[in-house]
Design a binder for this molecule. Sequence first.
Ligand code: ADP
Ligand code: MG
Length: 621
Amino acid sequence: MNPFNELGIRHDIVNAITELGFEKPTPIQESAIPVLLSGSNDFVGLAQTGTGKTAAFGLPLLELIDYKKNFPQALILCPTRELCLQISNDIKNYAKNLPNVSVVAVYGGANIVNQLRDIKRGVQIVVATPGRMKDILNRKAIDFSQVSYVVLDEADEMLNMGFQEDIDEILATTPSTKKTWLFSATMPREVRAIAQNYMTDPKELTMGTKNTGNVNIEHEYYIVKARDKYAAFKRIVDYNPEIFGIVFCRTKIETQEIAESLVKDGYNADALHGDLSQQQRDKVMKRYRDRSLQLLIATDVAARGIDVNDVTHVINYSLPDEIENYTHRSGRTGRAGKTGISIAIINSKELHKIRQIEKVIGKQFSKAEIPSGFDVVEKQLFGLVHKVNQVEVNDQQIDQYIPRIMVEFADMSKEDIIKRFVSLEFNRFLEYYKGARDLNATADDRGDRKERGERSERGARGGSAGFTRLFINLGAVDDFTRGDLLGYICNNTGISGRSVGKIDMKGVFSFFEVEEEHVQKVIDAFKPIDFHGRDVRIEISGESSGGRDRRSSGGERRSGGSFGGERRNSGEDRRSSGGFGSGERRDRNSGGGFRDFSGKRKEDRKDGASSREGGRRRRNN
Ligand code: ADP
Ligand code: MG
């Protein structure tokens, strides 16, 4: 038996939500539903993002509606079209076993004629954005004189968007006996004011501590120089090949630009903001919900309240102007009990904002390091290996080619073949990240001082004190062990094992430390050898101090190393030239959409509309 029954929800509805995976009520549902079912109070429900507030009001509404009466009995107001569609779909899903419920979604940008027709057919629950709702009321196309319940979802955002007057006008058409319910994740001043303006003696329920963030979300920040932000962001994405993320920018223009750059660089990204046509917004949302889009680049407004399953990362490309918005942003992940990561990419001057946010969400951020080029390459490599392992083979189609392919590879060992296939994809990354700089900037922060200390312990060339760190292009995948390495060094140079420091075996390469005085000897010892027919490349590692070191040791580099070639001028900032993707990363099919509205952006700029969203400007949604 599903505990929702005991809360007073009828079987038909419980069966429907059980199918949706609701096995037991969330805390806000458990507390709010009995109160709301009494239908006797105004109500304020504060609960973290992703804790099921929609059902907390949606289920009681479905219980309280009189299905025999065919007029509007409940009105739900929310800030955006996306949220409006989401809420109306959710409620329709809860109600799918009930024969006579009619829910209509009313929002701007879509054909009003269809909405008017739906309303005319008879509607019991209206889900609406304020602007369009007011238009419809002005046309006298709907009668709210018998509305019993009004729900304000994400009310503060509606006010931010300048909908106050519309809301006032809409509510003035509802009877004074109606009950008003407000749901929010945060309780900024605005929400407090709404409670005072629109409600009488509301019952207030707060789940957890007020304004605190979702416990299932980990918060991390990265400190980079402003000019490295885009490159750093790409590294984070590259380091997480399975990312399914929402990236927040502060303005529509920034949102659009980042999305365009990402697409150019071969990522599967698209933008969602208020300057897109409604069709474009719908298309983007649909692609993201279907997971055919990997990165959704969005403004605060556009993504408020959005519920997409299994978002792995929220990335704050720019921090929000208003701290509350951080909670709403990060709350797009870690929903329905799942976990998620919220990342902020900041410059050192913004650290105080992180501290402010920490106070508001009641949780600490951890400082994270932008992964080095090597880390990314390794991660991508094993991502690829994993994919190869998991790929579905279509025997029927491929069989016809196999004999010819076998002939091609007849003289190669399994190991060689694997290496070649992997290198094919992998060389691109390696090329892109070769000599990649360290993008971490330091900050005047206590936590960072320790780190600087750690670094200064290292020798000038980036190893432990007195040691130099070397790179070698042999690693675990070569069946090349620590012992092999140590043995070779000792046997061929005569230095003792004690002169060799930390050995860090990676996938296709390794790092090891050698006492500074022996470095040249070790490098020379490796020069003449090959490893199973493969050129061995050894050089001083520039990992911790960036490309400069490597360049200075460039004399060691032999061209034609096994990783495929000469070092190009390393440049993550090769935005325009396309980075490693060059638009050809096949797994990230860059979908369309951008061409359609690039014209619009120019206009946007011409207007001088710096168009900071979240301003008090009125937008039609
Ligand atoms: P909020 O408005 O609090 O941010 P939503 O109402 O959008 O959260 O719900 C977040 C997610 O949790 C949705 O995907 C929803 O289907 C799911 N959900 C809601 N209630 C339950 C429940 N009782 N059990 C399992 N999942 C639930
Ligand atoms: Mg919600």
